[in-house]
Design a binder for this molecule. Structure first.
Ligand SMILES: [Zn+2]
Ligand SMILES: [Zn+2]
Length: 278
């Protein structure tokens, strides 16, 4: 008779009295990574910078979406908030994918018994110990008429393939490792380089769209509207904006006036009653 205890993943075979302990591989992973959702996702150990990066992306984007996008949707074009939302979702998912994906970690112990360099010690007084064993020998491979030296990683006990490096933070050898990104809390390697690049491009585009926010901030500080700015710069090139009667003459007062003034009541009285129009 054979049954599986799912809580401990233990297979118990009664007829042979043989107990085989099965543990998921991620629970025995020797590197410094952290796993969650049953090993489906993984990241490195220092996640505070990643949380900070998420806050730096999400907080201004949400504020931009709440306070600026309605204005742009109505006064400029709905396409801008739609593109902004698309870039925001793409940035967020790319960041999470880069951070929570295996970057290309090379399994350990693929070459546990390397050939060691032998060197002679002519000054040794013992005739049988003049030859010593040192570090593992290096291997040479040829790729497109170029010679590559494969170095041995003592931690992972493998010969590192070309372009692989050992990450000290994660304590793994990673295939085609670009660098370890503290902001995404993961190595950037062969398996997550694409979402990493996509995240960078999206964030740059987000900043360009978010530049509209800075533009509106400058308008607020100068106490003018977009129409007044356009009229001044396009219709009358040398118009004097300081003559604007709504300019308080001080950027702080202008900002306080726009952001802190009480909201006026609607003129429409939408829920009141009035005679029907024939
Ligand atoms: Zn290594
Ligand atoms: Zn790393």
């Amino acid at each position: 008779m054979r049954f599986v205890d799912r809580t401990t993943s233990t297979i118990i075979e009664n007829n042979t009295s043989r107990h085989t302990q099965l543990v998921r591989n991620y629970k025995q992973f020797p590197g410094q990574n952290k796993f969650f959702c049953g090993g489906r996702f993984m990241t490195s150990r220092e996640y505070w910078a990643f949380i900070l990066a998420l806050i730096l992306l999400i907080a201004p984007s949400v504020l931009f979406g709440i306070f600026t996008c309605p204005f742009i949707w109505e006064k400029v074009h709905p396409a801008i908030p739609i593109v902004f939302a698309y870039l925001f979702v793409l940035s967020l998912t790319s960041m999470i994918k880069t951070s929570w994906t295996d970057p290309g970690i090379i399994p350990r112990d693929l070459d546990p018994f390397p050939v060691l360099e032998r060197y002679e010690d002519p000054g040794s007084p013992y005739s049988d110990s003049t030859w010593h064993h040192g570090i593992p020998i290096q291997k040479e491979v040829r790729i497109k008429d170029r010679s590559w030296t494969l170095r041995y990683c003592d931690t992972c006990r493998i010969y590192r393939p070309p372009r692989a490096s050992h990450c000290r933070q994660c304590d793994n050898c990673v295939e085609v490792e670009d660098h370890h990104c503290i902001w995404l809390n993961n190595c950037i390697g062969v398996r997550n380089y694409r979402p990493f690049i996509l995240a960078i491009v999206c964030i740059i585009l987000l900043l360009m769209v978010g530049g509209l926010t800075l533009y509106h901030c400058s308008l607020i500080l100068r106490g003018i509207t977009t129409h007044e700015q356009l009229r001044a710069s396009v219709m009358t090139k040398h118009s004097d904006l300081s003559a604007n009667p709504y300019n308080k003459g001080n950027p702080v007062l202008n900002m306080t006036y726009v952001l802190c003034r009480p909201r006026p009541k609607s003129y429409l009285r939408r829920r009141k009653y009035s005679p029907a129009v024939n």
